[in-house]
Ligand binder design. Structure first.
Ligand SMILES: NC(=O)C1=CN([C@@H]2O[C@H](COP(=O)(O)OP(=O)(O)OC[C@H]3O[C@@H](n4cnc5c(N)ncnc54)[C@H](OP(=O)(O)O)[C@@H]3O)[C@@H](O)[C@H]2O)C=CC1
Ligand SMILES: C=C(O[C@H]1[C@H](O)[C@@H](CO)O[C@H](OP(=O)(O)OP(=O)(O)OC[C@H]2O[C@@H](n3ccc(=O)[nH]c3=O)[C@H](O)[C@@H]2O)[C@@H]1NC(C)=O)C(=O)O
Length: 295
């Protein structure tokens, strides 16, 4: 395979369950761990040439991977692509593998406000921009100034906020094979203490309401127009409903959790039951927020 002759670090025959926050997922023959933009360009071009599909993995916190795994190459950014610096007085640049927690703490230490809402979202910068991650009234689109990416032909490009087509859990990148390599965040000066207090407040709220003690992929469904998925699920009596190792969290019914040993098939069956029951009893259609991989 050409892909393995390019000096890009790689691992073979990995189990994707080790790389997803759900702790679910079958095998994958090849994981590429690029360290430079040039290596990302090479990886994309080689995958195209060899007709190998690729998947970009950040923190794996929004993925439901098939028990049969993924028959392609995974490009992994966590731990590498972790550079972060001040571009000017109010702009922070972070590479795609930087954790949102790391980005928030960096901004706070430099007295820059605008990312407090994101403290506690278990994502990388790449995954968060890809999906316009949001919480507590904030979204990535409120802070992102531009994003750098390697396009599907292997060329490095930049798009600015107005071109990024952000909306609820969606961006220009959604359902494309572009690889985000970094982003610039435009922030406002504020006292570091005030920023720290806001971050701690959001984190405490998250911890008290969400089942962080179990593996999951965050909210399973998007908020449907005019309702909350969690409330609909609770009103339909589905809190605690279990299939194999998968369960509708007793703490927050918007989360399907892995109580131990859950398979992808368990989660899919539980999702099917939830969608069917909610539709039948309330008329609302619940759309999955979690991205399905390898189907
Ligand atoms: N608000 C909250 O409390 C929570 C939010 N989340 C969400 O989970 C997401 C998780 O981020 P993360 O764990 O890092 O992502 P994941 O590893 O879960 O990847 C999710 C998808 O994002 C795409 N992606 C990831 N990194 C990149 C990149 N560098 N360039 C292009 N596409 C990329 C991939 O698309 P592809 O398959 O096309 O390759 C992938 O399928 C965030 O967007 C956030 O919304 C999760 C938990 C809680
Ligand atoms: C976890 C994620 O993001 C989360 C984000 O952390 C939180 C906090 O702002 O708000 C969203 O959750 P959410 O829509 O479930 O919001 P919450 O405020 O927790 O709950 C909404 C409503 O449902 C009700 N609710 C919640 C839990 C529950 O068991 N039962 C219930 O009825 C709440 O009382 C509230 O009225 C995001 N999810 C989506 C799909 O928009 C994620 O994207 O993975």
């Amino acid at each position: 395979m050409l892909l393995k002759q390019q000096n890009i670090e790689y691992k073979e025959n990995i189990s994707l369950s080790q790389y997803t926050s759900f702790k679910i997922g079958g095998p994958c023959p090849l994981m590429l761990l690029p360290h430079t933009v040039q290596e990302v360009e090479q990886a994309v071009v080689s995958c195209k040439q060899e007709n190998v599909p690729y998947l970009i993995l950040g923190n794996g916190s929004n993925m439901l991977v098939s028990d049969d795994g993924y028959d392609g190459a995974v490009i992994w950014f966590h731990h590498n692509f972790s550079e972060i610096y001040l571009e000017n007085e109010t702009t922070v640049y972070a590479q795609a593998g930087v954790s949102l927690a790391g980005l928030c703490v960096f901004a706070q230490k430099h007295g820059l406000s605008g990312l407090e809402f994101a403290y506690g979202i278990p994502a990388t910068v790449g995954g968060a921009v890809y999906m316009n991650a949001g919480a507590y009234g904030g979204e990535m689109k409120d802070a992102v100034s531009y994003a750098d990416y390697v396009d599907e032909t292997g060329k490095l490009c930049r798009k600015y906020l107005t071109e990024l087509d952000f909306s609820y859990r969606h961006s220009f990148f959604t359902n494309t094979a572009n690889v985000i390599v970094g982003a610039g965040f435009s922030l406002r000066p504020e006292e570091p203490e005030k920023i720290r207090t806001a971050m701690d407040d959001f984190y405490t709220r998250r911890k008290s309401k969400q089942p962080l003690e179990y593996p999951s992929a965050g909210s399973t469904f998007k908020r449907p127009q005019g309702a909350y998925a969690a409330q609909l699920i609770e009103d339909c009596g589905l809190k605690g409903r279990t299939v194999g190792g998968a369960q509708v969290s007793e703490k927050h019914s918007g989360f399907v959790i892995n109580r131990g040993g859950a398979t992808c098939a368990d989660v899919l069956e539980l999702i099917r039951i939830i969608q069917e029951t909610v539709k039948e009893k309330t008329g609302f259609t619940l759309e999955c927020e979690v991205k399905r991989i390898g189907f």
